[in-house]
Ligand binder design. Structure first.
Ligand SMILES: Nc1nc2c(ncn2[C@@H]2O[C@H](COP(=O)(O)OP(=O)(O)OP(=O)(O)O)[C@@H](O)[C@H]2O)c(=O)[nH]1
Ligand SMILES: *[C@@H]1O[C@H](CO)[C@@H](O)[C@H](O)[C@H]1NC(C)=O
Ligand SMILES: [Mg+2]
Length: 386
């Protein structure tokens, strides 16, 4: 039901957004933007997370025409990890990304697979975009379980999880995928040429038109990680992951960043994990951050504990908690960005922009179906950092 007050607010919102849409032609887009002013927005505790200030208007490109090749762009690419059998789901996601964003902005795509992509896969994908597309093969030693893993122990762990009905508990390929996304994709040779990436998964939904370039926000504001959904890991999960994290912290105190987001992952200064993580099926990130000394050491440390293959209690270490804990401890909290205006769904959760943002993005999700402040979401914990 629309109360009169809400109606007035909605109309006001429409008038304000129309004003902005009409007052910026696409020539304004990417004009030598006041980067110094923007980096001023990365400030200390203000009581407000930076996303609440919205996207500076000079970033917007509302006109429905492709950006000229000379327009300013970030050093960035999409990344899709997929099997040949994922083709249909990949196309559904990619077609939407093209329509909602990339037919205007023309960022390239990198596809990765531990098996060669089929001709059919490549042909069908190439039909969807005018942007450059590259298909990469994952080196064997980046994907398969390393020899150091005790297979008897790993098998026992998987069998235990199947018994406990843990989702994907018995699957070796799923573990390979989680370990690959945690510690290897950014080392692929096709990604060496890029600094930022946006991960796309099969069968996801992008609800809104994006009229600005999130990669430029990442680059100009020195962000390392961007998310739209955050949530708790399953109950009774990954106890040994946090033990390994605590070892890492005590062995490498100098690598832990000042002003980090520890408060997002722990409620007691690091004693225990509160199970919050960013949902990594959607992520924008800084590849150089993952490739940097701190995260590489962090990943090698976790990998040496074997938990990507063994975690016996009830779960397997996923790339989502690993990325999230890495970003939370090794970056400043302001470097983690909530993309509030990107409407997104990966079953079974969705982020649907609210109010003015919903209108601005011409979003088609139901604003009442929004995970942000549901009981299982961690967004309130992110907000509380600031
Ligand atoms: N090349 C390759 N890609 C994989 C493999 N397993 C998963 N992926 C990809 O890794 C990503 C995550 O896999 P999903 O199966 O979506 O895992 P999930 O998101 O935890 O689970 P769903 O709820 O089923 O989506 C997707 O981009 C998959 O296409 C694999 O064995 N090989
Ligand atoms: C893009 O980023 C990568 C990784 O940092 C770097 O090696 C490369 O030189 C950059 N390219 C451009 C054009 O700046
Ligand atoms: Mg998925």
């Amino acid at each position: 039901m629309m109360t009169p007050m809400r109606y007035v607010l909605l109309v006001l919102g429409i008038i304000i957004s129309l004003h902005f849409i009409l007052s910026f032609s696409h020539e304004d887009y990417g004009r030598a933007t006041s980067i110094s002013r923007i980096s001023n927005q990365i400030k200390g505790s203000t009581g407000r997370p930076p996303y609440m200030d919205g996207v500076p208007e000079e970033y917007r490109h509302p006109a429905d025409v492709a950006l000229p090749p000379s327009a300013r762009r970030a050093n960035a690419t999409f990344v899709l990890l997929a099997r040949n059998g994922d083709l249909n789901g990949v196309m559904m996601s990619m077609k939407q990304m093209e329509d909602r964003f990339n037919k205007k902005f023309q960022y390239p795509y990198v596809f990765l697979n531990e098996e060669p992509f089929s001709d059919e896969f490549k042909e069908r994908i190439l039909e969807l975009t005018d942007a450059p597309v590259q298909f990469g093969l994952i080196p064997r030693d980046h994907w398969y379980q390393p020899d150091s893993i005790d297979e008897a122990k790993a098998t026992a762990a998987r069998e235990q999880m199947v018994k406990n009905q843990v989702i994907y508990g018995g699957s070796v390929p799923y573990r390979n995928m989680c370990r690959y996304n945690s510690g290897f994709f950014f080392r692929h040779e096709l990604l060496q040429n890029y600094k930022y990436y946006w991960r796309i998964e099969p069968d996801v939904t992008y609800f809104c038109d994006l009229d600005y370039d999130p990669f430029l926000i990442m680059q100009d504001q020195n962000k390392v990680y961007g998310f739209t959904i955050s949530l708790y890991e399953y109950e009774a999960t990954i106890p040994t992951l946090w033990d390994a994290v605590k070892d890492f912290i005590s062995e490498n105190p100098d690598l832990i960043e000042e002003g980090n987001a520890m408060g997002f992952v722990s409620d007691n200064g690091g004693e225990t994990y509160n199970r919050c993580h960013f949902w990594s099926n959607f992520e924008l990130g800084d590849l150089d951050f993952w490739r940097g000394e701190a995260y590489m050491k962090f990943f090698e440390h976790l990998d040496s504990k074997g938990g990507f293959y063994y975690e016996a209690s009830s779960y397997r270490w996923g790339d989502a908690p690993v990325h999230s804990i890495g970003a939370a401890l090794l970056a400043k909290k302001e470097q983690i960005h909530f993309f509030n205006d990107i409407g997104y769904r990966h079953n079974p959760f969705q982020h649907c922009p609210q109010g003015d943002l919903h209108k601005k993005g011409k979003c088609w999700c139901n604003p009442k179906d929004n995970f942000d402040y549901e009981w299982y979401s961690c967004l309130a914990r992110y907000d509380k950092l600031f």
